[in-house]
Design a protein around this ligand. Structure first.
Ligand code: CO
Ligand code: ZN
Length: 327
């Protein structure tokens, strides 16, 4: 698993530019599914055919990033965010552009109060001497993503972009482990989740599944002095009850709970009043699609050190395996 996670998290893929990560997944699963295509927005759709219910499993390919907006005469790059990037997290990090250029994210030295740290007081330095040199490598509109090689330590996986490459890894593992299927399983690797769930809805409209599950990461409440949240790392996949975009459909939520109990899989319930995942866009399209979510508990979301538990990952695969077999 760690090798797959390394490959997936290393692949460049900010929102709207998922080509690299998509072709990697395509190559990996091509021989193991009955049908595979990319829709007009760029969602990768892979089908394991069966006569039963059509079940859509969605994980997003895109990751958060920084987009260059302006190059000054000394060659420094001003930027804004693509998806939820905090200036406090970005400061001091390395980022990588599509062509491999590495940038250091810095802020203006005359900033007196860290509370004033906003992206318009920050810049990316790629080590060039002037605008001309920079523009040979980076131009306004170019996007960069965090650098942070995946590692496995103390039964945890740690990396940038585990949101949601760990979801992609789980869908890939499912495809590789499953044989023929009674239900029709449609695996969807979606685009542009991080900028407002833009890919999943149109994909679901085209597929018109009977049921849908978003497989994504969720925050935990188990770190020093954090906000109270009844989700811990290592205590099992979180079955979504609600977030700010979705109230899970009982057809999905109750079935997931039943599967977990029958298979003796530890699980937690996810009740959030913030955020949203692909289920938020899926359930309100095509006349309404019963949808829910299975979330992998993840510490330090949207940071280069996102952390998930190995057992949670394995148990998420087992839970989904049980769910897609249900008549
Ligand atoms: Co995210
Ligand atoms: Zn996500």
């Amino acid at each position: 698993m760690i090798n797959l996670i390394k490959e997936l998290t290393n692949a460049y893929g900010p929102s709207g530019q998922e080509e690299v990560i998509r072709s990697l997944i395509q190559k990996r699963i091509a021989s193991k599914v009955d049908e595979m295509y990319t829709d007009t927005l760029g969602n990768l759709i892979a089908v394991k055919k069966g006569p039963g219910k059509r079940i859509m499993l969605a994980a997003h390919m895109d990751e958060i990033g920084l987009i260059a907006t302006f190059v000054d005469e000394k060659g420094f790059i001003r930027f804004s965010n693509s998806g939820g990037v905090s200036p406090f997290i970005a400061a001091g990090q390395r980022v990588i552009f599509r062509n491999g250029t590495i940038g250091m994210v810095c802020y203006e030295e005359n900033l007196e109060d860290m509370k004033d740290l906003k992206m318009n007081r920050m810049y990316i330095d790629i080590g060039t001497k002037n605008r001309e040199e920079t523009e040979r490598l980076v131009n306004p509109g170019d996007m960069s993503v965090f650098v942070g090689e995946a590692l496995e330590q103390n039964n945890r996986y740690i990396s940038k972009a585990l949101d949601d490459r760990i979801g992609c890894a789980i869908l890939i593992a499912l495809i590789e482990r499953m044989g023929s299927t009674e239900n029709e399983i449609v695996f969807v690797f979606t685009v542009q989740e991080e900028v407002g769930l833009r890919g999943a809805g149109p994909a679901a409209y085209g597929i018109k599944p009977d049921l849908a599950i978003a497989v994504d990461v969720t925050n935990t409440g188990d770190t020093p002095d954090c906000k109270p949240l009844a989700i811990d790392l290592g205590k099992g996949p979180a079955i979504m009850v609600k977030d700010n975009r979705t109230i899970s459909h009982p057809l999905v939520k109750d079935a997931l709970v039943e599967c977990a109990q029958q298979e003796n899989i530890p699980y937690q319930m996810e009740v959030l009043n913030v955020g949203g995942n692909d289920a938020g866009a899926i359930h309100i399209t095509a006349g309404g699609i019963p949808s829910g979510g299975v979330s992998i508990p993840c510490r330090y979301l949207h940071r280069p050190c996102e952390m998930v538990d190995k057992n949670d990952v394995e148990n998420t695969i087992r839970l989904l395996e049980a769910f897609i077999k249900r008549p």
